[in-house]
Design a protein around this ligand. Structure first.
Ligand SMILES: [Zn+2]
Length: 147
């Protein structure tokens, strides 16, 4: 199943798959300078077709959902890693609302997001997501997008 899922996203994201290694290196430096206060792993990535299906899979803990429409991935959604219970919704389609996050899914179906996510309201969590592990940062973001 993992192989099929990855190939499906390869089909949707041929350009981003090639871009990802370069972005990973760029994003490596901010992490060294940021203090991580908690790391939260997500256990699975589910591809869904709409908001209702996303809401259903997000009932389970540790799930990341990707809503994929006819033209490709639209949104990535998951529960905030800080534990506040809020759902985070990130736009990933070039045709979607800004800001737009880039993402990469590796061969093990682990998801990475670029750049970091900063909640400008509520818990104000700031975190990076690499290989399905959210690292919550103490620092204010330098280049992360707020949501
Ligand atoms: Zn939170």
């Amino acid at each position: 199943m993992k192989g099929i899922f990855t190939r499906l996203l390869d089909f949707f994201l041929p350009v981003r798959q090639e871009e990802a290694p370069r972005v990973l290196e760029q994003d490596a430096s901010p992490r060294r300078h940021s203090r991580v206060w908690k790391e939260v792993p997500y256990s699975s990535v589910h591809q869904v077709r709409n908001q209702a299906e996303s809401a259903a899979v997000l009932q389970s803990p540790g799930v990341i959902s990707i809503i994929v429409g006819e033209t490709g991935p639209k949104r990535i959604q998951f529960k905030c890693p800080c534990g506040c219970g809020e759902e985070i919704r990130l736009s990933v389609s070039p045709r979607g609302p800004r800001p737009i996050w880039r993402f990469h899914i590796d061969a093990e179906s682990k998801l990475s997001l670029y750049p970091s996510v900063w909640r400008a309201s509520g818990c104000r969590a700031h975190f990076i997501l690499r290989h399905s592990i959210a690292s919550l940062l103490l620092d204010e973001p330098e280049e992360g997008y707020s949501v």
